[in-house]
Design a protein around this ligand. Structure first.
Ligand code: F58
Length: 792
């Protein structure tokens, strides 16, 4: 390993050990690891060709993979070797690992789910490709200036990306615009603009390095480098214009996590990566099959939300225009290959494109969408329409063009059936199914929580890493005092580490024995960070009223970004920072209450915060959070949840037991009912003196003395249009927090509850989720499993 690293330093980076920077060492180590992976990767590809099984293609606009180096090291089981080599080379392991920038190619849960799925597909040995976009700039970098969010472009690709292989041979022409001609019953699309999609492959190796799949990300390049004629004329700007336009397509990830911006460039991104992926998978298929009609036997395409929903019309276009399959046969054939995952019920997040824009960017696709609409309406005259009020509704298109539609938690799936797709569900009653989300135990326990990992492995062996349900064996330890002590010590170690980091990076001193109460996720009204903050202020008031009472010390930790155009969310960020400033400098509560909000929350920060959490905030308005996956990560790492009956919280509570979960708030049904009451929020505020007091303090400028009217808008909104029912759930939330305080004062009992959480979370492994997709949606098999069965 040492020699390999030095060779890489020398021959790939042109450096010797004396002159190498941390960056050089990191790239050298990464390249050595990548070499190790390549063997598995080739072997897997070879076995896949031999077995000719069904391949899974996961199409996603986002893959929020974070750092890869430690994933690679642990999946290849090379921790000891790498650490020893780096130490012998006189370098620091942590410095090298922390030098890697996060690959932030996603906004939040949807993108991170895709990354967990890639890990599970590889671990399970299911042949799969992830297809997405190689954004030059991932999710923006967040900082705070006087408490306000400032966004800067993220620049991960200004450095070499050590894990990828560019594939100049996998290049496709992607057309946009132009016109369609019809001759003798055949359509001919003549695009007005063409860009090239070039593949960049990152190997994804599963646990123990037994199987490797590919994450193939497309970057956009000009079809023609630059216009030499303009250049020779001296018009340098014109010479580079088409090149710049082409590259724009993969330039930046859209930072909107819920609202659809309806931007032309976004539609182009969606078509760009979807079309390239379909061409690529069809080329692979046609290499060793000649019957295009057998495609569904070998290809399963999963659409991660509606972003790649243009895959329906695009596949039909290819079948009809390029393979001469009649339209009425092409539509069901395409449908058999495709499935769609819905991640949201929020109406503002359901994609729709104006027919006008669609016709301008993708004229042939609009014709095909009309044909799909016509075919469906003919068969089901009372069907909801894809084309409505001059819009193409991508949810309806995705539903109609796929054979399975899945929700991401049991509650969410029921709500999908009852709300967004109620009419389509009546027509196609078996199409909607549930696949509750999951998380990869490799990153979200083994990797991020070494102290707990060691304790678990010392107790039950190591097989839990690929078979998470084995954690149930830990339940019997809840009455074992020595084990509980070790479990508590592991949590404390993580809290001390986090406190040190907070102190170094933010200059705030934390008490590691205080309850660490964490809410990390995108900032959104429905996720109700505001309610958490109001509760914090109410607690602070109570502490100041009665400073000598027996308070449970708390650290409130927030993390998350707001979409740049989401002004209410940005006000909430500013208020958290303003309140933090006042509370953190109050001598009366100095040893009892602190608020920290480290900027630029990302996957790496999640890996730091989650293992150190005692309490996990999952407090969305019931019916609004499709599933949540952070909720699972916390519970797995031994945090107790305070939460509503929303998304996967319901199933987490079922698994860990209601006695080990702090439940509060209205149910989804009650939420809908409450909204019909006139003046419900004003009534709730009037019934709660505690909430009134807090809102009064915020409104009179207690936390912004130089700009007292700063939060009038926010407070006014709570009085008059509290759509997310912060006011209605406030009292029940506050009381439940006090129950948590009381429970925390009994450390052994708290630890036992936390342990039961960890021990009960096996079902939430993304391995279980992927097995569900493979069985119920894709009809795909594990090649490694088949090999095992054959040899047995
Ligand atoms: C999230 N959606 C859900 N969307 O909010 C969360 O409950 C769920 O656990 C997770 O998906 C995985 O199923 C989400 O993250 C986005 O970020 C989209 C980005 C692109 C625009 C629309 C929203």
């Amino acid at each position: 390993m040492k020699t390999d690293i030095l060779n890489r330093l020398k021959y790939s980076l042109g450096k010797d050990a004396e002159n190498a920077s941390t960056y050089d060492w990191r790239i050298a180590v990464s390249l050595v690891l990548r070499d190790q992976m390549v063997e598995t990767w080739f072997q897997s590809t070879k076995e896949t060709y031999e077995a000719s099984p069904k391949r899974v293609y996961y199409l996603s606009m986002e893959f929020l993979i974070g750092r890869l180096i430690e994933d690679m090291i642990s999946n290849l089981r090379m921790e000891d070797t790498v650490k020893a080599a780096i130490a012998e080379l006189g370098q620091d392991y942590n410095t090298i690992v922390h030098d890697e920038p996060d690959a932030a190619l996603g906004n939040g849960g949807l993108g991170r789910l895709a990354a967990c799925f890639m890990d599970s597909l590889a671990t399970l040995g299911i042949p799969a490709f992830g297809y997405g976009i190689r954004y030059e700039h991932g999710l923006f970098e967040q900082s705070f200036a006087q408490g306000q969010q400032v966004e800067k472009p993220e620049t991960w690709l200004t450095q070499r990306h050590a894990w990828e292989f560019e594939r100049p041979e996998a290049r496709y022409r992607i057309g946009f615009g132009g016109h369609v001609e019809h001759h003798e019953g055949k359509a001919h699309w003549h695009p007005g603009e063409v860009v090239m999609a070039t593949a960049h492959d990152t190997p994804v190796v599963g646990w123990k390095g037994e199987w490797g799949n590919t994450l193939r990300l497309w970057s956009a390049e000009p079809a023609k480098e630059f216009d030499l004629e303009s250049f020779n004329r001296g018009d340098y700007l014109a010479a580079g214009r088409s090149e710049a336009l082409a590259r724009t397509i993969s330039r930046v990830l859209y930072p909107d996590d819920t609202t659809e911006s309806g931007k032309e460039l976004r539609l182009k991104q969606e078509y760009f990566f979807t079309a390239a992926s379909l061409m690529d998978l069809l080329r692979r298929y046609l290499k060793d099959h000649d019957d295009i009609r057998a495609l569904p036997d070998y290809v399963a395409i999963q659409l991660n939300d509606t972003h790649p929903a243009i895959a329906g019309p695009e596949l039909v276009r290819i079948l009809v225009d390029e393979h001469a399959i009649p339209m009425d046969e092409a539509i069901p054939l395409a449908r058999k290959c495709l499935a769609y995952t819905n991640h949201t019920l929020l109406p503002e997040a359901l994609e729709r494109w104006s027919e006008h824009l669609m016709g301008r960017i993708l004229p042939r696709h609009l014709e095909i969408i009309r044909a799909i609409e016509h075919a469906h309406q003919t068969e089901f005259p009372d069907s909801p329409r894809i084309l409505e009020h001059g819009d193409v509704r991508m949810g309806e298109l995705a539903f109609i063009m796929t054979h399975k539609v899945n929700g991401v938690s049991a509650l969410h799936t029921e709500l999908v059936k009852e709300t967004v797709f109620a009419d389509l569900h009546r027509i196609h009653p078996t199409r909607i199914i549930n696949q509750t989300n999951g998380i990869t135990p490799r990153r979200w326990l083994y990797g991020c929580n070494p102290s707990l990992r060691h304790l678990i492995t010392d107790t039950i062996g190591e097989d839990w890493v690929a078979d998470l349900e084995q954690l149930t064996a830990l339940k019997s330890k809840r009455d074992d005092a020595a084990f509980i002590e070790a479990f508590t010590a592991s949590k404390r170690e993580n809290k001390v580490n986090l406190s040190n980091w907070i102190s170094e990076t933010m200059g705030v001193t934390l008490d590691p024995d205080a309850m660490f109460d964490v809410q990390i996720k995108r900032i959104h009204e429905y996720k109700r960070q505001l309610m958490n903050l109001l509760e914090t202020v109410a607690l602070w008031n109570d502490m100041r009223d009665n400073p000598n009472a027996d308070w449970t010390p708390r650290v409130k930790i927030f993390g998350g970004k707001a979409a740049p155009g989401y002004f209410v969310a940005k006000d909430i960020i500013r208020l958290i920072n303003d309140v933090a400033h006042v509370i953190n400098t109050d001598p009366v509560t100095d040893d009892k209450l602190k608020i920290v909000y480290p900027p630029n929350y990302n996957v790496t920060m999640a890996e730091r915060l989650i293992p150190a959490a005692d309490l996990s905030e999952q407090i969305s308005t019931a019916g609004k959070e499709a599933s949540g996956t952070g909720n699972m990560k916390f519970a797995l790492n031994g945090a107790l949840t305070i939460g509503t009956l929303d998304g996967a919280n319901v199933e987490i509570r079922d698994h860990v037991g209601s006695e080990n979960f702090f439940l509060f708030g209205l149910t989804a049904q009650e939420v809908m009912e409450r909204r019909t009451h006139h003046g419900y929020s004003r009534a709730a505020i009037e019934a709660s003196p505690r909430l009134q007091r807090v809102l009064g303090q915020i409104a009179e400028g207690r936390f912004a003395p130089h700009d007292p009217s700063r939060y009038h808008g926010l407070v006014g909104m709570l009085y008059d249009h509290d759509y997310f029912l912060v006011t209605c759930d406030f009292d029940s939330y506050f009381d439940t927090q006090r129950r948590a305080d009381t429970a925390y004062r009994n450390p052994a009992n708290w630890a036992a509850m936390a342990l039961v959480n960890t021990a009960s979370m096996g079902w939430f492994s993304s391995d279980r989720t992927i097995k569900g997709y493979a069985r119920d949606i894709w009809g795909a098999k594990s090649v490694t499993q088949a090999k095992l069965e054959k040899s047995a």
